[in-house]
Design a protein around this ligand. Structure first.
Ligand SMILES: [Zn+2]
Length: 141
């Protein structure tokens, strides 16, 4: 059997150059809006300049809201047995953008609105082949 691999869920989602992951975003210098994943243009319909740059988002944000998946997601997700509820959070960053991701290291009872979290990188699911799919996640600080 082949060795299990770690597969990124997408390219150019996070930057590890400073040792810890930062989400890569597009910042519109014309209207100030941030976009994730990064984009080649500004998607604000009221923006007239659309002069964009790629930058790294702040590493920490606050849980704006969250949801708990009490039932296993459908394929292609493969969850571990016994199934542990997955906590997904909408995290607001100081730049004003809200990004949704899975929480790591907290149970449904521990997650709180307003909780300070930081960006991390980890396995969001394992494929039937055994390969681990890697994406951004959030963990309490
Ligand atoms: Zn803009």
């Amino acid at each position: 059997m082949a060795e299990n691999k770690q597969v990124l869920i997408g390219e150019n989602l996070f930057d590890m150059s400073e040792g810890k992951p930062s989400l890569i975003v597009t910042h519109c210098k014309s209207c100030g809006t941030y976009f994730f994943p990064k984009s080649f243009t500004c998607h604000n319909p009221e923006c007239v300049g659309k002069d964009v740059e790629t930058t790294n988002l702040s590493r920490q944000g606050k849980v704006e809201n969250y949801s708990v998946m009490n039932y296993p997601p459908p394929t292609p997700f493969v969850t571990q047995e016994p199934y542990e509820p997955i906590v997904c959070a909408a995290v607001e960053f100081p730049e004003g953008i809200t990004i949704i991701g899975m929480m790591e290291g907290v149970t449904a009872e521990q997650v709180k609105i307003g909780m300070d979290v930081e960006v991390t990188v980890g396995t969001i699911y394992t494929k039937k082949t055994g390969d681990e799919v890697i994406a951004w996640k959030f963990k309490a600080v």
